[in-house]
Write a protein that binds this ligand. Structure first.
Ligand code: FAD
Length: 246
């Protein structure tokens, strides 16, 4: 399969860098084809805006990012750096987002990659979301490191359930656009662990990668569970990451 690793860490010798290198080595050894978008090394521009369109805009009077993205996707005038990332996404069967958790989210450079690359007309359109999303058939995996322990990210932990923290990425970005989302791999507080624990974190990640084909994806409610108002139908027990019956 084709794998795209989108890697967002400024330091190549970081633990994230070690995880990226391990993934390239392990997935290549399994016979996969790997592409890496190393966002800091690429000098990726994370700021979405008028420069995302090559040439004149379709509306002269005001700038609408979603509208201009849609027209640019139709006309082939999306900026070249975005088009190159979109081509990688189109080729990929599996997308891995590799990053340190910064302020309960992904680093801005990766958020900006999503803002610009997941353009309207490429990643979503009316009627093309969730079960009918543009990336249906592809899988995605979040691989992240934290500054605090697994306990702090337990459902009753002080930082809150890690699946809640990751819901905007899992549901809002990946599932929304049609991906099947695999359970995340978290390496908790590598900077505060000893060498032995860090070695185990890397070994566990290797194991995850070696069993990725058999790994069930996370549950998200299918379209038929929702009523016309896009709320769960009465009687459907909410059981995805962040939804609850009210
Ligand atoms: P590093 O510090 O680069 O590495 C950790 C250790 O691993 C180092 O000792 C390194 O030498 C060692 N190492 C490197 N390669 C290997 C290898 N091959 N084998 C063994 N050891 C190796 N944390 C949270 O939990 N929640 C937050 O909201 C949050 N917000 C943050 C916001 C900002 C702006 C910043 C800067 C940090 C934040 N943090 C937060 C902490 C952050 O998530 C962690 O610092 C980060 O995830 C640690 O990963 P790293 O790759 O940067 O580790």
């Amino acid at each position: 399969m084709n794998v795209l690793i989108v890697y967002a860490h400024p330091e190549p010798t970081s633990f994230n860098g070690a995880m990226r290198d391990l993934a390239v080595e392990s997935l290549t050894a399994q016979g996969n084809s790997i592409e890496v978008s190393d966002l800091y090394a690429m000098g990726w521009n994370p700021v979405a805006g008028p420069g995302d369109i090559d040439g004149p805009h379709s509306l002269a009077t005001r700038f609408s990012l979603a509208r201009e993205q849609t027209v640019a996707m139709e006309n082939g005038t999306i900026a070249a750096d975005i088009a190159a990332e979109q081509a990688k996404l189109t080729r990929a069967d599996l997308v891995i987002l590799q990053f340190p958790v910064w302020w309960f989210s992904m680093p801005a450079i990766l958020k900006g990659w999503a803002d610009r690359v997941f353009a309207r007309g490429f990643a979503y359109l009316p009627g093309r979301k969730y079960d009918t999303g543009m990336f249906k058939g592809k899988r995605a995996l979040v691989v992240a490191t934290t500054g605090t322990s697994a306990d702090t990210y337990a459902p009753d932990g002080i930082d809150g359930d890690i699946l809640t923290v990751l819901w905007p990425i899992h549901n809002g970005l990946l599932r929304y656009t049609g991906f099947d989302v695999l359970p995340p791999y978290l390496a908790y507080m590598p900077a505060r662990e000893d060498d032995e624990t860090r070695a185990k974190q890397l070994a566990d990640y290797r194991q995850r990668l070696e069993t990725i084909a058999e790994t069930p994806h996370l549950f998200f409610h299918p379209a038929e569970d929702y009523g016309a108002n896009e709320r769960l139908k009465p009687g459907v027990l909410a059981r995805s990451g962040q939804q609850r019956n009210v």
